[in-house]
Design a protein around this ligand. Structure first.
Ligand code: SF4
Ligand code: SF4
Length: 436
């Protein structure tokens, strides 16, 4: 069986957060395959722990992809500071794979940055890695690809739980486990009132819902006290972000000067998107269309803006409205790296200070203990593409690793498997509930 078929059967999707079905990448023909072990979200250390404890599986996944895509070379991107991870991976590397040592900056894990660091190539504006002969996979995706070779499907997610919890840790969790169960597993919280950043404080989202569940793309939970600066900033009605921005943005352009995509040579200037806020009442066509090239890294909002405004959120809104209106931005200038790029990179330590997270900047060591859960609620949309279609019915008994939802015919998607053995309690268009 071809590797892409095995990956498809196993339901592997981009585990770094994107959720792109991995079998599609395995079918492509490229020059370079890149392993993304850059991990730059503050306080999240799950890729680091995975590289330290499962280097052979990750490198095997990379080798399998190099073979299936007929690539001539692989690159393994990892931060120079992660000495233990480098040592673990180096002992498993073969001649076809080169280690790319990265500085401790945010955002080193952005595909555009990583490809440029490793190969010197720049993805065309609004393009994808495939356009320049590359595919990139997060290290956990590579781990899952290695498992798929042995016909082991994705039923668990490796996550990091940190912040104001009693025992920060990284561990495997059955997909569909509630945040409540996850937080209990790390000993609970040190405070009564808190919020949860799902996937990280920079690119993730804030929730207070303990019944929300871990999916194939959940990188981690950062739990912060209710009175933390970041919760106050994020927990505001959306209209406030844009209303304040309209009147308070003085066009200083710091947001643009620190924008990593702008510094790589892409024509995105968030201060101009902020300027277009003043015209949004007249329709989506007046948004500054540069917003389309923003990767939502969050640096402009959470690091650069001296006024605590929301340029990233303005870009997000502009992107959504322009997509709905069918408007596409075409970059006129060639993509050319800004001469000051290196001098403007943001050290992670500095970002952590700015975000007032230094008190929570701790290790999250791998805990090999299995978390025991009696119930999982497995979403049918955990990936880019169409939601999967349930293949089981209410009342049916299922075994762990059994297929419970399949990709609709001819669509982009991923299969979904039972993450625990038990009985199907409920099936809806959105999820399947299983109780052991
Ligand atoms: S950094 Fe803030 S104040 Fe300055 S242009 Fe950007 S959004 Fe406006
Ligand atoms: S979120 Fe802001 S800093 Fe990041 S790419 Fe978008 S505009 Fe640039």
């Amino acid at each position: 069986m071809l590797l892409s078929e095995k990956i498809n059967n196993a339901g592997v999707v981009g585990a770094g957060g994107a959720g792109f079905p991995a079998h599609v990448k395995a079918k492509s023909k490229v020059e370079f395959v890149l392993a993304n072990g850059a991990e730059c979200e503050p306080l999240i250390h799950k890729d680091y722990e995975l590289m330290v404890h499962f280097p052979k599986e990750i490198v095997n996944g990379l080798e399998l992809l190099i073979e299936s895509t007929s690539a001539k070379k692989g690159f393994f991107g990892v931060k120079e500071k992660n000495v233990k991870a480098i040592s673990a991976i180096s002992s498993s590397l073969t001649g076809k794979i080169e280690l790319t040592r990265l500085g401790d900056f945010y955002p080193s894990g952005d595909e555009f940055e990583l490809i440029y660091e490793a190969t010197g190539r720049l993805i065309p504006s609004a393009g994808i890695p495939l356009d320049i002969g590359c595919v990139v996979n997060n290290v956990e995706t590579l781990y899952n690809i290695s498992q798929s070779e042995k016909d082991i499907p994705v039923t668990k997610k490796f996550i990091c739980v940190a912040g104001v919890v009693k025992k920060p840790a990284s561990f495997f969790v059955p997909i569909g486990t509630s945040f409540k169960d996850v937080i209990e597993f790390v000993g609970g919280t040190k405070v009564k009132d808190y919020g949860i950043f799902v996937g990280g404080v920079m690119m993730g989202y804030l929730t207070f819902g303990l019944n929300e569940v871990v999916t194939k793309t959940t990188a981690g939970l950062i739990v912060l006290p209710m009175d933390h600066y970041l919760i106050k900033r994020k927990n505001q009605p959306e209209q406030n972000w844009h209303r304040i921005g309209k009147s308070a943005c003085d066009q200083c352009s710091y947001c643009t000067e620190f924008c990593p995509r702008y510094l790589l040579g892409y024509q995105v200037e968030p201060h101009k998107v902020m300027r277009s806020l003043g015209f949004t009442k007249t329709g989506s066509a007046v948004w500054n269309q540069m917003a389309e090239l923003c990767c939502s890294c969050g640096l402009c909002t959470l690091y650069a803006c001296p006024e605590d405004l929301y340029p990233k959120e303005a870009c997000d809104k502009a992107k959504t409205e322009m997509r709905q209106a069918g408007i596409k931005f075409v970059q006129q200038k060639p993509v050319k790296v800004h001469p000051i790029k290196e001098g403007r990179r943001v050290p992670l330590k500095q970002l952590i200070m700015k975000l007032k997270l230094q008190d929570y900047d701790a290790e999250a060591p791998f805990n090999p203990k299995e978390i025991s859960v009696g119930k999982v609620k497995i979403p049918l949309q955990q990936h880019i593409g169409k939601a999967s279609e349930a293949t089981v019915k209410k009342g049916e008994a299922v075994e762990e690793r059994q297929v419970i939802a399949k990709i609709p015919d001819g669509e982009l998607g991923a299969n979904i498997h039972a993450s625990i053995s038990g009985k199907v309690k409920e099936v809806t268009k959105e999820f399947i509930l299983i109780e052991s």
